[in-house]
Design a protein around this ligand. Structure first.
Ligand code: SAM
Length: 276
């Protein structure tokens, strides 16, 4: 007997990714902000029209505003809870509740900044060239994506999903997760469209207090599609197993910290100017 509703299709899995928890997201605000700072540092011109694609609760939007106070900024997300928090913290900012897969700018953008959002979308071979086509001449696409699907934090989620009383409900969800390309894919897709193309990878090392903090980190994001279809008892069982397996997979440092590795892929593609 199960206490959970059935989730059978990719559409439902996609809906679950829109229901973010902004408060939990901020628990690791500093750690999540660092890659956005590192990406923003690469922007080598002063854009007038900026789009923050997948703006979350507005942290990346605020960074863009602080660095480019004269720019016109539009912040886009498909998540109402995230947008509500962003609207609260940035009154006066222009927000657009749209799915990135359908988003098009009213006018070509000088900078499309997508920090930690595009890993949720599929078909990057179509998406990335399309985003380049939304840029003005000389504009730039700046992207940072989590590249952690092969880390224990994520492979364990999938393994537990596939091996339990919930497997018929969760296995299809594991299969609907988007998988980002390799650095070679992005090079091949973007090089013909760019004057300057920088691709780099950084693995951040986050000392966490233990496995509970790993759960807190992903509860507002990657764990949601797996937990939401389960009832309270199954959720607790899923998380117990997840925590036990995490404890085996991550060694504690002598000071007791769990050194949590988080690989991320960065892309900065600058579109050329038309020749006179
Ligand atoms: C991890 S948050 C990133 C937040 C922000 N860029 C930052 O750096 O603080 C991911 C954001 O991307 C949004 N997102 C994910 N998939 C999306 C999609 N298909 N369309 C629109 N927004 C999406 C989520 O709703 C959320 O607002």
């Amino acid at each position: 007997m199960t206490d959970a509703p059935r989730v059978a299709d990719a559409q439902t899995a996609a809906r679950l990714t829109t229901e973010w928890d902004a408060a939990l997201y901020f628990k690791f605000g500093a750690e999540r902000a660092q890659p956005a700072h590192d990406l923003l540092a690469r922007v080598d011109f002063t854009p007038r029209r900026i789009v923050d694609l997948g703006c979350g609760p507005g942290a990346s939007t605020r960074m863009l505003m602080d660095r480019f106070p004269q720019a016109e900024i539009v912040a886009v997300s498909n998540s109402e809870p995230m947008l509500a928090e962003a609207r609260r913290s940035l009154p006066g900012m222009t927000f657009d509740q749209t799915d990135i897969s359908e988003w098009r700018p009213h006018q070509p953008a000088d900078l499309i900044f997508a920090n930690s959002s595009l890993q949720w979308l599929r078909k990057h071979e179509i998406l990335f060239p399309r985003l380049m086509s939304c840029l003005a001449e000389g504009g730039a696409l700046a992207v940072q994506m989590a590249d952690n699907l092969h880390e224990p934090s994520h492979s364990l989620m999938r393994m537990i999903a596939a091996d339990g009383p919930w497997s018929n409900r969760l296995a299809p969800i594991a299969e609907t997760r988007a998988v980002i390309g390799t650095h070679i894919d992005y090079y091949n897709w973007l090089k013909p469209l760019s004057d300057r193309l920088d691709i780099w990878e950084t693995t951040y090392v986050h000392p966490l207090s233990g496995v509970d903090e790993v759960v807190d980190w992903f509860r507002s994001g990657a764990l949601r599609p797996f937990l939401d279809p389960l009832g309270p008892h199954e959720q607790a069982e899923f998380l117990d197993r997840y925590k036990r397996d995490l404890a085996d997979a991550y060694d504690a440092d002598p000071d007791g910290s769990l050194l949590f590795l988080y690989p991320r892929l960065f892309i900065y593609a600058r579109k050329g100017k038309a020749k006179a």
